[in-house]
Ligand binder design. Structure first.
Ligand code: HEC
Ligand code: HEC
Ligand code: HEC
Ligand code: HEC
Ligand code: HEC
Ligand code: HEC
Length: 407
């Protein structure tokens, strides 16, 4: 406001734009290889410029929000990262490349260059991953590596680069989400996999499919309800023929097979009997302003208001991709909610239910979590106490990692 506030001008060149632009575009500027998010986002659905998500309510970090590996590991091909830094890159590629979904291609190229060809109309070519031939769980793991945006806790010794198509995601990371009461209809923008898995359609079908997973056919899981039942990632959803989606419903919901729609025909005809419009409604995401996405929980939805809700009750956290996450991983998830997501510090007590330093052995095992908890609680004496109890602390804290964990 002129006369009342300081007017401040700063200009930077935008080096990269993030996003297909269907919902929003974020902007990245660079200084000497260090990447930062610019404090401006274009919300394409409303044609409007505004602060990026997370910059509201007094959290405006201006030009200083670091773009580290986490953003990059979902929005791009794997870059070359300068270890020891938080956000310095020596090579940033332009876009999500083939290898993110098809795995490393060098062996495939070598085989094909040597003239070893496979008739893919008859056989599976094992020189490269074709996601459509993977078992249902592994197909999901591939897409949900990026399509579940939650609280990522890496397994001991793993980095954000270690997941490759065809692997189980839980071999590398555990993705947590907070669980709330009273908000069935709410979801964040990148939550497609989690929502789809809540559908009764998926639950019913995945049981059936699993029982015949030994079938040796070319598309072993064609009838499973995975992402690629409806999407071909090579084609933009904007360019996808809309009848494909309703046809997918018809695969199962047909007379004599799975249940048919019980809504009155005259009401359904008003929307051309577009199953999606009622059963996968489009509405606002609870984390990103000005965007709307399709709820991938196929089902009977109450009419929802296009606004994040008023009252919701936090009941705990859940690991989306690993029902057997270790206690240490669970503790780390609670710590992350406090440190990275700004949630209430009382959650540190929940973390302490999963890790303790009572004996020398548990102390050494859980030292990272215990120090972090004590640090966040501002209890430096406790940290000093831990240090005294571990004779060879520096000897343990010497593993370089991309996350700079020991630092
Ligand atoms: C490396 C991370 C990554 C993986 C793996 C990935 N996606 Fe995506 N996907 C994204 C991002 C990020 C976007 C948002 C668009 C953008 O920013 O370029 C996106 C967008 C999409 C879209 C919307 C495209 C559009 O036209 O707007 C669909 C559909 C999609 N992905 C399906 C899939 C499916 C199916 C799989 C699994 C076979 C998959 N994705 C695997 C990161 C990924
Ligand atoms: C766990 C993976 C993941 C992480 C981490 C992540 N994103 Fe995304 N992001 C996605 C996916 C998947 C979508 C697409 C969702 C959709 O189209 O509904 C998306 C959507 C977006 C979009 C809108 C894209 C479009 O097509 O309109 C922007 C911009 C964006 N993210 C920026 C960022 C930034 C900046 C960061 C880091 C602060 C970040 N994202 C971190 C997975 C991720
Ligand atoms: C976001 C994930 C994703 C990315 C990125 C991606 N693909 Fe695919 N690709 C798939 C999926 C899923 C299928 C299977 C589609 C189906 O069968 O419905 C596929 C199928 C294919 C096929 C067909 C294989 C066959 O047996 O018919 C080829 C060839 C292919 N991709 C090449 C590429 C190349 C080259 C790139 C990079 C330019 C690329 N893909 C990038 C997900 C991806
Ligand atoms: C039953 C069909 C179906 C399945 C299965 C499905 N989708 Fe979708 N998806 C849709 C429809 C319909 C849209 C909206 C298309 C449009 O905009 O016209 C959509 C849109 C999207 C978009 C664009 C953003 C949005 O929400 O509008 C992304 C990203 C996406 N899907 C990812 C996924 C992922 C990841 C999976 C697997 C976990 C998946 N989808 C499974 C039907 C499906
Ligand atoms: C692979 C098979 C399959 C596909 C594809 C499928 N469904 Fe279903 N769906 C089922 C089965 C089986 C049930 C019954 C589940 C039960 O009763 O436990 C069901 C249940 C439902 C229900 C009732 C859910 C509830 O909460 O009571 C709705 C609504 C529905 N499907 C709509 C759709 C729509 C719309 C599509 C397309 C976007 C679709 N389904 C795609 C198999 C499928
Ligand atoms: C105008 C909105 C609308 C359209 C379009 C629509 N449905 Fe429904 N559908 C509903 C409602 C509302 C219900 C719940 C009705 C009730 O309470 O009996 C329902 C119920 C269902 C059920 C559950 C049936 C059961 O036995 O519990 C299935 C399955 C279903 N729809 C599938 C479909 C499919 C497949 C399509 C596309 C061919 C479709 N619907 C089109 C609104 C719609």
């Amino acid at each position: 406001m002129k006369g009342k506030d300081t007017v401040f001008i700063r200009e930077e060149n935008i080096r990269y734009i993030v996003g297909s632009g269907q919902h929003t575009n974020s902007h990245i500027w660079e200084s000497n290889g260090y990447l930062f998010q610019a404090p401006m986002t274009f919300y394409t659905q409303k044609g409007k410029w505004d602060l990026p998500p997370g910059f509201e309510d007094g959290n405006n970090t201006r030009f200083g929000r670091k773009i580290g590996l986490e953003c990059m590991s979902c929005h791009n091909a794997y870059p070359e990262f300068v270890p020891g830094s938080e956000n310095k890159f020596s090579l940033v590629k332009n876009g999500i490349d083939c290898e993110r979904c098809h795995g490393p291609g060098s062996f495939h190229v070598k085989e094909k260059s040597a003239g070893i060809l496979i008739d893919t109309a008859k056989y599976i070519d094992y020189s490269i991953v074709n996601p459509s031939k993977l078992p249902i769980d592994l197909q999901f793991d591939l897409c949900q590596r990026c399509h579940i945006q939650g609280n990522i806790v890496l397994n001991e010794g793993k980095s954000l680069f270690d997941f490759k198509p065809g692997m189980k995601l839980s071999e590398v990371m555990n993705v947590f989400m907070p669980v709330y009461k009273n908000n069935e209809e709410q979801h964040i923008m990148a939550s497609h996999a989690e929502r789809l898995k809540m559908s009764k359609c998926f639950l019913a079908v995945s049981k059936k499919e699993k029982s015949k997973s030994s079938e040796k056919i070319l598309h072993p899981f064609k009838n499973g309800l995975t992402c690629i039942t409806c999407h071909n990632p090579h084609v933009s959803v904007q360019k996808t023929d809309k009848t494909i989606f309703n046809a997918a419903c018809g695969n199962c919901h047909q007379p004599g097979k799975d249940p048919l729609c019980t809504e009155k025909l005259e009401i359904r005809r008003k929307s051309n009997d577009n199953c999606i419009s009622c059963h996968m409604p489009q509405h606002g995401a609870s984390d990103i302003p000005h965007v709307s996405v399709h709820d991938h929980r196929i089902g009977i939805h109450k009419t929802v208001v296009d606004e994040p809700s008023k009252i919701r009750e936090f009941v705990g956290i859940a690991c989306i991709n690993n029902s057997e996450a270790s206690n240490q991983v669970k503790a780390q998830a609670y710590i992350n909610y406090v440190e990275k997501f700004g949630m209430d510090k009382s959650l540190l007590d929940s973390a302490l239910k999963y890790v303790n330093g009572e004996s020398a052995i548990t102390l050494e095992k859980n030292i990272h979590q215990l120090v972090q908890i004590a640090f966040l609680k501002g209890n430096s004496l406790l940290i000093a106490n831990y240090v005294e109890r571990i004779p060879n602390l520096l000897g343990i804290l010497n593993k370089p990692s991309l996350e700079n964990r020991d630092a």
